[in-house]
Design a protein around this ligand. Structure first.
Ligand code: F6R
Length: 613
């Protein structure tokens, strides 16, 4: 949460910073701001989106070749102009941008107030820059040392960049808990919360480690040190990101683009791993820990939100294929509820961003207790992959729309491959069945292409009929229970319509009381497993005049006879249905949100990467 971007070089900083803020706006859009040095330290900030800031600075002096910029997701203090970043120090000579939470800001603030400091915002960030200045003045240190000494007094998480009006040649950055990546170009440096603002200027990057700081000076090499003052050698990496993925490519929204990208993103998740000819699945990233996974007494999936739904699909997959017991935990609950964790447990942490604070903390806790931790993440170089013992990237490509779409189907693809690989090696599946599922999985991208073609228009029609509904119910059984949860989450987060997902059979234990002629009920009802039971659940809804929107297998007649609307999906292996059934539900939510004039890519109150508890 919160996006940070900074520039130092020979180009004008403002256009680079603004473009960077647009790229990072998915991380928060409560307010944004910019500070650029050009003799003066010119600082402008505004409540609202980056475009509000752009309007505000029109005609003002934004010249200069060094600057910092920030887009905020509010934690301390409401989203207003005062609380927007950057923040000034007391004498307005220093300025800071910050992502994270300074937990002891209150006690630091009280102490600074006794020394005459006056604060203009409610933020923890302003306290930090006052503290840095206080250290600088009292201990007569240079900027980098002042930052270092101040950070040693801080409890909490931070990714910061600090500049000084009196030094237009230096950026100081540091991180703990929140991500920060530094790009090193030809005579220029960029710093950002992720690589997206950097990639078009340079592909050479360094990811800062926790409690590490960087001193970037014009014309000099990067200097890295720990906040305990030990010098580090920078480890440069090459960005492989393709620039096209950062643009909408003709789609109205990133979310729609990402929904339509799924055949490609799933192929990317499988590339080089699903080897059809050899009949094997090879996940290089976890080879070293494969035996551990095969011998696991228990697998614990930890994740939040949509990634947690992927974990639930993973539970069905692993238990059916590998016969290893699986628990799926909300990271936020798991980390605080004194769970029993043993050394022969394998934890699989699932996260698109790789930065989710609760998931990260749950990993650390389970690791301390001796469990093996594997990660399934999308963002390369993010914090979670660096905290796990091993893992596999989903390779879905950057997901910019705040509502997760392609990341989910790639996570499910990865979990399917992982479970198949372990089942094969453990012998809990026959060779022929293994080959059969591999073949079926390999066909999924093409089948999704088909689903996208055939369900786009119908989901739009259904959206038009139900866009004004106040509530929705989503029902599914077995593998499709998590799909129902995910469908409901997608709808509520982007259209602000209340929606609940339930295991279909649970409906009669309470939610059935909600059903009347106003209630749309989306039922995932492929002709698989518990089909007959799902048909009975549909009848129960119909008997109470609920409106049924059913996802059915191609050619289905039985549900069609009772449903108000049907959406056909291809007839695939039962365990692969989530991959195809999710697509029309994403489209349905998307079109409803668009018809309600909602901001699809940046829904209210949300941010893409949840780096606070
Ligand atoms: C929903 C959504 C969130 C995330 C959740 C976890 O569309 O995007 O529910 O799934 O915040 O985020 P990651 O996967 O980045 O750990």
């Amino acid at each position: 949460m919160c996006g940070i971007v900074a520039y130092l070089g020979d180009k004008q900083a403002y256009p680079i910073l603004i473009k960077g803020l647009h790229r990072l706006e998915y991380r928060g859009y409560d307010s944004s701001g910019i500070a650029i040095i050009n003799g003066n330290l010119n600082l402008y900030k505004r409540k609202g989106k980056v475009e509000e800031l752009e309007k505000f600075v029109k005609g003002k002096d934004v010249s200069g070749t060094i600057g910092i910029a920030h887009t905020r997701w509010a934690t301390h203090g409401e989203p207003n102009d005062e609380n927007a970043h950057p923040h000034f120090s007391q004498n307005k000579e220093l300025s800071i941008i910050h992502n994270g939470i300074i937990e002891n800001y209150n006690s630091l603030k009280e102490e600074l107030i006794t020394r005459g400091h006056v604060f203009n915002s409610d933020t923890d960030t302003e306290v930090l820059i006052h503290l840095i200045e206080d250290v600088q003045e009292n201990e007569n240190l240079d900027l980098a040392e002042s930052v270092r000494v101040a950070l040693n007094q801080v409890v909490g998480a931070y990714a910061i960049v600090v500049i000084s009006k009196n030094d237009n040649n230096t950026l100081i950055a540091a991180k703990k808990g929140s991500p920060l990546v530094i790009g090193s170009g030809d005579g220029e440096f960029l710093i950002a919360s992720d690589a997206t603002p950097i990639v078009e200027y340079t592909r050479k990057v360094v990811y800062l480690e926790d409690e590490e700081m960087a001193i970037l000076e014009r014309g000099k090499e990067i200097v890295l040190k720990s906040i305990s003052n030990i010098k580090h050698t920078p480890y440069f990496q090459e960005l492989t990101m393709n620039l096209d993925v950062l643009e909408k490519g003709g789609y109205e929204h990133f979310m729609l683009k990402e929904i339509f990208e799924q055949p490609h993103s799933i192929r990317e998740s499988m590339r080089g791993r699903l080897r059809l000819g050899q009949g094997i699945i090879s996940l290089g990233g976890i080879t070293e820990y494969k035996q551990k996974l095969m011998n696991a007494k228990r697998i614990i999936m930890i994740a939040c939100g949509t990634s947690w739904h992927a974990g639930l699909v993973g539970e069905y997959l692993f238990e059916e294929l590998t016969r290893i017991p699986v628990e799926v935990e909300y990271a936020s609950e798991f980390r605080y509820r004194k769970p029993v964790i043993n050394e022969d447990d394998v934890v699989i942490a699932i996260s698109q961003s790789g930065e989710t604070a609760d998931t990260l903390a749950a990993i650390k806790m389970a690791k301390e207790k001796g469990a093996t931790i594997l990660g399934i993440c999308n963002v390369v170089g993010s914090s979670i992959p660096r905290e796990t013992h091993a893992g596999s990237y989903t390779h879905a490509g950057p997901e910019i729309g705040v509502a997760s779409t392609k990341a989910f189907t790639s996570q499910v693809t990865l979990l399917t491959m992982m479970a198949l690989m372990i089942a094969h090696d453990k012998g809990t599946i026959t060779n022929s069945r293994h080959q059969q599922i591999i073949n079926a999985l390999n066909d999924i991208p093409e089948q999704i292409e088909d689903v996208l073609k055939t369900t786009d228009a119908i989901t739009k029609d259904i959206a038009a009929k139900f866009k004004d509904s106040r509530n929705f119910l989503y029902l599914g059984r077995g593998y499709n229970f998590p799909v129902a949860l995910e469908g409901a989450l997608k709808l509520k987060e982007i259209s602000y319509i209340h929606a609940e997902g339930y295991p279909a059979a649970e409906m009669k234990h309470g939610p059935i009381a909600l059903i009347d002629e106003e209630m749309p009920v989306v039922v995932i009802a492929p002709k698989k497993g518990n089909y007959d039971k799902v048909v009975s659940n549909i009848q129960e809804v119909k008997a109470r005049k609920g409106k049924i929107i059913a996802l059915v297998s191609k050619g289905d007649t039985e549900v069609r006879a009772v449903a108000d609307y049907v959406i056909e999906i291809p007839d695939v292996e039962e365990m692969l249905v989530p991959l195809v059934a999710t697509i029309p539900l994403q489209l349905l939510s998307y079109y409803i949100a668009v018809m309600r004039n909602c901001n699809v890519d940046q829904p209210r109150n949300l941010a893409k990467s949840v780096t606070v508890e």
